[in-house]
Design a protein. Structure first.
Length: 167
């Protein structure tokens, strides 16, 4: 495999990219994941002859990868907060009526999950029920982290539609 000018630029700038991402995310392991994601993105650029400034392009790709990381993390935190809010309902607040409503909602969720594609449902349950990380699911199934995120988002969006239609 011949290195493109863009990949050569990445190799030269890797220490700067690592420092930039580590400074932005504050975690060496996460920074390394972002650096690897940046490398993957840049390695998929086929025609880098049209790029005027390979160093600037490379650094911007790293910044964009860090921003993407924050967006994903923010969305995960929002979903986790919703789940925690649902789970934190105290026992005193649970009436027989709420129990019936909860059972109805559980049946509706189960029915909605059954209508989802098998792979999306499986990935969603691996993450939300079994607590397996996106990265580990990706590794186990031989797919990208982005694909895992897509499948989970697809199910969450469908469940949110169900929730909103029942509100």
């Amino acid at each position: 495999m011949t290195l493109t000018r863009l990949m050569t630029s990445f190799a030269t700038l890797r220490p700067r990219i690592e420092a930039l991402t580590r400074g932005r995310v504050g975690c060496s392991a996460t920074a390394e994941d972002i650096v690897q994601d940046t490398w993957i993105r840049l390695s998929n650029v086929r025609h880098d002859d049209a790029i005027d400034n390979h160093a600037a392009f490379t650094m911007q790709a790293a910044k964009n990868a860090a921003i993407g990381h924050f967006r994903k993390q923010q969305r995960r935190n929002e979903i986790d907060a919703e789940v925690n809010e649902l789970l934190s309902t105290s026992v005193d607040e649970i009436s027989p009526e709420r129990i019936v409503m909860g059972r109805d909602m559980l049946r509706a969720v189960d029915k909605a999950l059954q209508t989802m594609p098998e792979r999306s449902r499986r990935i969603f349950l691996m993450n939300r029920v079994n607590g397996i990380s996106h990265r580990e699911i990706a590794r186990q199934l031989g797919i990208s982290d982005e694909a895992v995120y897509y499948h989970i988002r697809r199910v969450v969006e469908r469940l949110a539609e169900l929730r909103d239609s029942n509100a």
